[in-house]
Design a protein around this ligand. Structure first.
Ligand code: PHE
Ligand code: ZN
Length: 847
């Protein structure tokens, strides 16, 4: 395998260059005097030499007020200060380093380091934000205990660990800088308690702005369930006397696992039936769990360096997916996770931004908080669990926690625990961490003389900087049905570890193969199965994931033919769909998923892989036509089916009720295609919760009802989170030729604040990700709109700009005209003076 990384610059950091620090820090004593423009951070670092070399501390955007070593001002010839580093010459073996830095949180719009959001102070240090607070060894393999004192005329002063006096915090657990947090403001808490299995009493608080207290109940409940689950399933208990969660309106990501002080995007904390949808509730549950689970997988055991990011993220995503599967329907959870994986990670893996789960180089680490590191990283853990079995997995995890508690580790450390616990050699499996690209697995079946044979072949595609890859260990779960749908062979796992492998079964009749059950590996399966076999699987497969997958394959084949050959949807398919919609034995949530058509982006990728240049307008039109045909096929049943989905009693976010609402929403969308919005208008008026209201609202937007957006705005203009939905819905549910105009109009409103990431995403992200045909309008207006905003955003918040720029990463799929238009925008961005973050992304996309 050749390995050269594209877009190398002087600033590139390499995994192979890792070296421990010569001088480390074992304790940090911080005194922070908060002020909007002149916060003073006094730091006393207990330093200890562990090898030869100079101590190089990180520090950016800091004004130096004082510098002392062992109590004495440091003479100018003993150190060198640059805009990024502080280097100490001839540092002794053990010493106390004191610095005083001045910083300006109010003007910090990058939302990294210490910043202000609605009058409250908060920090975001992962990955390298601590260096914007004070000088420090800002890297995860330096773990220190902390004492923090906060001085401010504000009622609530929070940091990590336990509070020892008002505004004074002590964190006894050594941690890297990226887990540091400080919050100060006029906040109120919703509180509860939890007693751990070790008998520790823990105070739980969810801190919010006054007025939001009523929307904290679900997050608190999800936290308690997460704590109990981690004890039961992984044997992990919480380790401090308090666990704080803070909701912040301005936040770049979803949430952050700072030790004992999780900071959340308020979107993933606050929920009430009137303001949050079922999807919001499910996300809150999953993200609360995710951040809580990091306390062991991330905090107690952390990463040696940022190349190992998937060590904590892949594992923690896998754990939160397991948790959600236990709390809800496992099948529905798996289908949702795979939909996400394909939409985001397969797309990434197929384009110029493809990188291994463990990258080997980067310019800006913030650019590697990706679907590959997170979601594919989680799939790798899932495959590992399948290969070593549930008991082997538990033994490996137990050993990992026992052996590495308190350490900063690597993927090698993790895998070694499973090798030692199970005796299995995982060297080939480890290729999943280093080889990028989604493997393709083709399946060829034959049945002759009473022997059924499936030949499986794998190819790992070339990706930027990587060619000629080695076959990987791919666990392929499979089973057989007979032509009537009865089970012939229950699920087994075939380990495809070479380029080719064969499964053989003696059977008197031709079986129907159900392969890659549960989506047992993140691969693209090419299996030329007949419609008849797929219909058998859709109706009878014992594996619910593959039931859904068979339906999806049927739908995809239709839609591809509609786009490429102009065919119309055929009757047998429409009958099968209608039958599924009416199948009262199936879970409504499952039926809702099975009735949903593949996304426009998914279809574009499928066409591209099949050698057809995707036309975004044609894809949009085909999906509309298929939706209309389904609506017509179900026309006479829609009213009754919807009545059967009616939920009685007060709103409850549980999975069963949510499933009914989800199916009702799908049916309402079908009804709208036939009645021009009558049913949706009635549903909008009758809705007593945000799930039903949003479903009706988006239908009415699609039906082109001009009055509904005004009415919604009147009702909700006071509520930031609900208005984010209002902004996004109008962009996502407008006709493609109007989307850019609508998005542009929305950005001109007074309440469009680009500095707020949620609001920015609810317009710009809604266009690029939520209305592909609108974004890809052939006049290039969508591309220009995005590029204009990337340049504006980059000056404020480079991380946000870089992330949003990935909307361009599929540009090589499209026709020459669109390619030229996108290329011109990428060139234009590259020609401006832009951040390192955005420059790296644009550089990789231009190739
Ligand atoms: N570590 C966070 C998580 O996955 C994500 C995050 C990364 C948040 C960087 C902020 C900054 O839970
Ligand atoms: Zn995480």
């Amino acid at each position: 395998m050749r390995d050269a990384t594209p877009a190398q610059t002087d600033e590139t950091v390499y995994l192979k260059d890792y070296a421990p620090v010569p001088v480390t820090v074992t304790h940090v004593d911080l005194h922070v005097r908060l002020d909007p423009r002149a916060t003073e951070v006094s730091a006393r670092l207990t330093c200890k030499r562990q090898g030869p070399g100079e101590m190089v501390l990180n520090g950016e955007q800091l004004e130096m007020v004082a510098l002392r070593l062992d109590g004495k001002d440091l003479p100018a010839d003993r150190y060198t200060l640059t805009d990024k580093t502080l280097t100490l010459h001839d540092a002794p073996d053990a010493f106390l380093l004191e610095t005083v830095a001045r910083i300006s949180p109010e003007t910090n719009k990058a939302l990294e380091g210490l910043y202000m959001s609605n009058g409250m102070y908060c920090t975001q240090c992962e990955a390298e934000g601590f260096r914007r607070i004070t000088w420090m060894l800002d890297r995860p393999d330096v773990m220190a205990t902390y004492d923090v004192e906060i001085e401010a005329d504000l009622p609530v002063l929070l940091s990590n660990g336990d509070e020892v006096a008002p505004g004074k915090w002590h964190d006894p657990w050594p941690k890297p800088t990226y887990l540091f947090a400080l919050v100060a403001g006029n906040l109120v808490a919703a509180s509860d308690r939890f007693t751990t299995m070790e008998g520790r009493e823990v105070a739980l608080n969810v801190w919010v702005r006054p007025g939001d207290e009523g929307r904290t109940g679900y997050a608190l409940d999800a936290l308690k369930r997460s704590m109990a689950w981690d004890e039961q399933v992984y044997g992990r208990a919480y380790d401090l006397s308090v666990f704080n969660i803070v909701a912040v309106d301005d936040f770049n990501m979803g949430a952050m696992e700072n030790k004992g002080l999780n900071v959340f995007n308020s979107k993933y904390v606050l929920a009430s039936p009137e303001t949050a949808t079922d999807t919001d509730y499910a996300l809150i549950e999953g993200i609360v769990a995710h951040e809580y689970f990091h306390n062991w997988t991330g905090n107690r055991i952390t990463c040696r360096d940022w190349f190992q990011l998937c060590l904590k993220e892949g594992l923690t995503v896998f754990r939160d997916q397991q948790f959600s599967a236990d709390m809800r329907s496992a099948a529905v959870q798996r289908i949702g996770d795979v939909l996400q994986l394909r939409a985001r990670q397969f797309r990434e893996d197929a384009g110029p931004l493809a990188h291994p789960v463990r990258p080997e180089s980067f310019v800006e680490i913030n650019n590697f908080y990706t679907a590959t590191v997170y979601e594919k990283g989680a799939e790798v853990i899932g495959m590992l669990r399948r290969l070593v079995g549930p008991d082997g997995y538990q033994a490996g995890c137990d050993l990992y926690f026992e052996r590495h508690d308190g350490q900063a580790c690597t993927i090698e450390d993790w895998l070694k625990c499973f090798e030692d616990a199970t005796g299995r050699d995982l060297s080939q499996f480890a290729l999943w961490y280093s080889q990028a690209g989604t493997p393709r697995v083709t399946v060829e079946e034959s049945w002759e003389d009473g022997v059924w044979r499936a030949t499986l072949r794998q190819v790992v595609p070339d990706t930027p900087g990587q060619t000629d890859k080695i076959p990987m260990t791919i666990p392929v779960a499979w089973g057989l049905l007979d032509a009537d749908g009865a089970e012939l062979r229950p699920t087994e796992v075939f380990e495809l570890s070479e380029a080719e492998g064969v499964i053989e079964v003696e059977t008197a009749s031709r079986p129907v193969l159900s392969v890659l059950r549960g989506f047992s590996a993140p691969v693209i399966l090419e299996h030329d199965q007949s419609d008849a076999d797929r219909l058998v699987l859709l109706a009878h497969d014992t594996d619910p994931f593959n039931r859904w997958e068979a339906g999806r394959a049927l739908a995809k084949a239709r839609l591809v033919a509609m786009v490429a050959e102009g065919t119309a949807p055929d009757a047998p398919w429409l009958e099968a769909i209608a039958k599924l919609a009416r199948d009262e034995t199936a879970d409504p949530a499952f039926r809702a998923l099975a009735l949903a058509l593949p996304s426009e982006d998914d279809l574009a990728q499928t066409l591209h892989v099949g050698g057809i240049v995707p036309d975004p307008d044609a894809i949009h039109a085909a999906r509309e036509a298929a939706g209309l045909a389904i609506a017509q096929a179900l026309a006479s049943d829609l009213g009754e089916l919807r009545r059967a989905m009616r939920v009685t009693g007060p709103y409850d976010a549980n999975a069963e009720d949510a499933g009914k609402r989800a199916l009702d929403a799908v049916l309402l969308r079908l009804a709208t295609r036939l009645d021009g919005g009558d049913a949706a208008r009635a549903a909008y008026g009758a809705a007593d919760n945000m799930t039903d209201r949003m479903a009706a609202f988006t239908c009415l937007l699609e039906a082109g009802d001009p009055s509904v957006a005004k009415a919604f705005e009147e009702d909700w203009k006071h509520d930031r989170l609900v208005m984010d939905k209002w902004f996004a819905a109008q962009v996502m549910h407008s006709a493609p030729d109007r989307a850019v105009g609508i998005a542009t109009g929305l950005t001109r409103r007074d309440d469009f604040d680009a500095a707020n990431p949620n609001r920015f995403r609810s317009v710009i992200g809604a266009l690029t990700a939520g209305n592909p045909a609108g974004f890809h309008q052939k006049d290039g207006s969508g591309y220009r709109f995005l590029a204009d905003w990337l340049l504006k955003m980059d000056a404020m918040n480079p991380q946000m700009a870089a992330r949003m720029s990935t909307a361009f990463d599929t540009w090589r799929r499209y026709d020459a005209d669109r390619q030229d238009l996108i290329r011109a925008q990428l060139d234009r961005i590259a020609g401006e003076s832009i951040s390192r973050d955005l420059a790296e992304m644009v550089g990789r996309m231009r190739g």
